[in-house]
Ligand binder design. Structure first.
Ligand code: CO8
Length: 258
């Protein structure tokens, strides 16, 4: 497996684990980290032995945002012409589900990275925010869009315009995260969630992710039609036969991901 400097990469059965690893900078997302992260995530996405990705940081920070020291001297033309930080968009195009396990700070680009994932688990120490306004800029990796879709306009405006942080309990109440767990249990619980997903039929998992995401891109009628076509398509898989036979025979299914 490729060697990286800013992330740690491990396989845990069918789960591909990526740990952000710039502890001295609270996992600030610089260009190197972005390139390494996206490369590792794409490698897992292509790997037939991997069914789900898991992304995490440290106890103190998931990621404290894009690297301010790297951005400080950037000029408009340079940022615009290089389409700076565009590689993060590729993460949103991966087909396998990504679980984010967030402890500590998830700010700015860190919150945006978490929102690019599909299932968000938060430790009770997690703090989310889009503090870019305090630096004289605005979110740039989709924060103003994904946060608004996740928690609604009122709270998104409040968070983005004041730059305040929201704790894990508020994030769960607002619908940004699906579960809050004690910090000491975050890793095990997130891994268990990722392993559960990775153990499901891979074709069904990919169709499901695609179908849920379609809800953000289309009308209800079109979305339901899209889902129905994929539902019909699941009957072409061996896993549908196995899953339903296992239910009838009162045994656990053994999916072949075909
Ligand atoms: N960038 C660079 N370095 C950082 C960052 C960051 N975002 N966050 C923390 N660090 C560094 C600090 O500079 C410090 O380094 P050093 O020891 O060398 O001085 C080290 O990490 C530890 O940080 P602190 O001493 O500040 O730790 P505290 O516990 O006192 O505070 C905080 C923790 C509250 C998280 C604080 O560090 C902080 O406010 N960080 C900045 C948070 C922020 O503003 N994030 C948003 C960044 S902007 C952004 O993400 C825009 C994304 C859009 C990009 C779009 C591209 C197209």
């Amino acid at each position: 497996m490729t060697e990286y400097e800013t992330i740690l990469v491990e396989r845990k059965d069918r789960v591909g684990l990526i740990t952000l690893n710039r502890p001295k900078a609270l996992n600030a997302l610089n260009t190197q980290l972005m390139n390494e992260f996206v490369a590792a995530a794409k490698e897992f996405d292509r790997d037939p032995e991997i069914g789900c990705l898991l992304v995490t940081g440290s106890a103190k920070a998931f990621a404290a945002g894009a690297d301010i020291k790297e951005m400080q001297a950037l000029e408009f033309a340079e940022a615009y012409l290089s389409d700076w930080f565009t590689a993060w968009d590729e993460l949103g195009r991966l087909r396998k589900p990504i679980v984010a396990a967030v402890a500590g700070y998830a700010l700015g680009g860190g919150c945006e990275l978490a929102m690019l994932c599909d299932i968000l688990l938060a430790a009770d120490t997690a703090k989310f925010g889009q503090p870019e306004i305090k630096l004289g800029v605005i979110p740039g990796i989709g924060g103003s869009q994904r946060l608004t879709r996740a928690i609604g306009k009122a709270k998104a405006m409040d968070l983005c315009l004041t730059g305040r942080m929201m704790d894990a309990e508020e994030a769960e109440r607002a619908g940004l995260v699906s579960r809050v767990v004690p910090a000491g249990e975050l890793h095990d619980q997130a891994l268990a969630v990722a392993q559960t997903v990775a153990g499901m039929s891979a074709p069904a998992v990919l169709m499901l992710k695609e179908s849920v995401n379609r809800a953000f891109e289309t009308t209800l009628a079109e979305g339901v039609r899209f889902e129905r076509r994929l539902f019909h398509a699941t009957f072409a898989t061996a896993d549908q036969k196995e899953g339903m036979a296992a239910f009838v025979e009162k045994r656990p299914p053994s999916f072949t991901h075909r």
